[in-house]
Ligand binder design. Sequence first.
Ligand SMILES: Cc1cc2nc3c(=O)[nH]c(=O)nc-3n(C[C@H](O)[C@H](O)[C@H](O)COP(=O)(O)OP(=O)(O)OC[C@H]3O[C@@H](n4cnc5c(N)ncnc54)[C@H](O)[C@@H]3O)c2cc1C
Length: 395
Amino acid sequence: MSTAIVVGGGIGGLSAAIGLKRAGWQVTVLERSEESRPAGAGLTLAPNAVRALDWLGVGARLRSRGMSQGAAGLRAASGRWLLRVDLGELHSRFGASGYLLHRADVHALLTDSLHLDDVHAGHQVTRVDPKTATVTCQPATGGSRTMAADLVIAADGLHSPLRTQLFPQHPGPAYAGYLTWRGVVPADARAAIGLGDTVTESWGRGQRFGIVPLLDGRVYWFATLSAPPGSHTTEGIEGVARRFRQWHDPIPRLLAATPPEALLRHDIYSLETPLPSYVSGRVVLLGDAAHALTPDLGQGACQALEDAATLGGLAAQHGDVESVVDAYDRARRERTQRLVRASAQHGRIAQWSHPVAAAIRNSLVRLTSPSRYLRTVSETLSWSPDPAWPAPESR
Ligand SMILES: Cc1cc2nc3c(=O)[nH]c(=O)nc-3n(C[C@H](O)[C@H](O)[C@H](O)COP(=O)(O)OP(=O)(O)OC[C@H]3O[C@@H](n4cnc5c(N)ncnc54)[C@H](O)[C@@H]3O)c2cc1C
């Protein structure tokens, strides 16, 4: 039986472990954090991610939570609609809906598909030897451990220490020029506000605000601001509310209903300089470690899920590790690096702050028909597992 060590227990690492286990491999996940529930707010899972989850055997549990419904679209800060599509359209066009969940729920869907012994929390990996697929880690309980396998999966996120070790010439992630605040409004406050199912992103000048009603009744929101990295670190929910007080309803009411302790703030980075390969010896990079995207297309976790299904599918198809990693690099690099560029470009335009440029941008979006918009995202959302991968149930 082939063996793998997955470094990182985020969405990428957990889903990679599920994919390889479905291919019959024995897998150990090493996660540095001792906390099994991740911090975070909402997460949108697009139809391509849902099909990846289907291949991973998690799709049915996702669907049992219901389907996200309603409209989705772009608005101006005044509330005027710029573009509107129906979420049901996604289902009819791409054969799967989009899902709007709390990140912790996505995490739970994945951990429920693994055994407790598969994931070792509180294990920080400090070194990997790509020739021998050996990792050195420091358990939180003390000491140092060395473990070896046939393959190591570096799923250690945006600031991946393993990427730095394996590709020392790579400059690392680049700042995208803006920061985000995120929050979650409780279900009773959503009911009091009278907010329905509509998912929106509203564009101002150097600022955006997104509203994502979650399947469980809560509301996830995100706000952006063009600013230098590391700025506004002490700004609380009142400060954020002041920045958006003139924006359309229900933005000020959502901010007023956000528990202050639920506020998250992050500078946005992406892996603007592409890696020359997602493979180094017997190590593959996956998820943000390989191709961190800005959140502008809502595709970072979706691409990590595609990576994981691909790795599992190829492991099921090929007998030897070398063929698996070569095929993985060929299957994933071009698509994900194209999306990294597209996402950064989308973010730059959406953050435009010059009044004339922002007005022209909004007018152009208003001229875009919903069907034209759906055609532009079709290539991203219609990804499917390769029919050549043996279906898990047939093995
Ligand atoms: C504001 C924001 C909003 C987003 N919204 C969306 C969205 O709506 N939809 C979407 O698809 N994507 C979204 N994304 C992107 C998405 O969050 C990421 O692409 C995704 O979480 C990447 O998963 P990952 O497992 O690769 O990395 P991570 O989630 O970062 O996981 C990496 C894991 O590795 C662990 N680790 C790191 N170093 C070590 C080590 N040395 N040893 C052991 N463990 C280690 C970390 O503790 C962590 O648990 C968003 C991102 C941001 C910033």
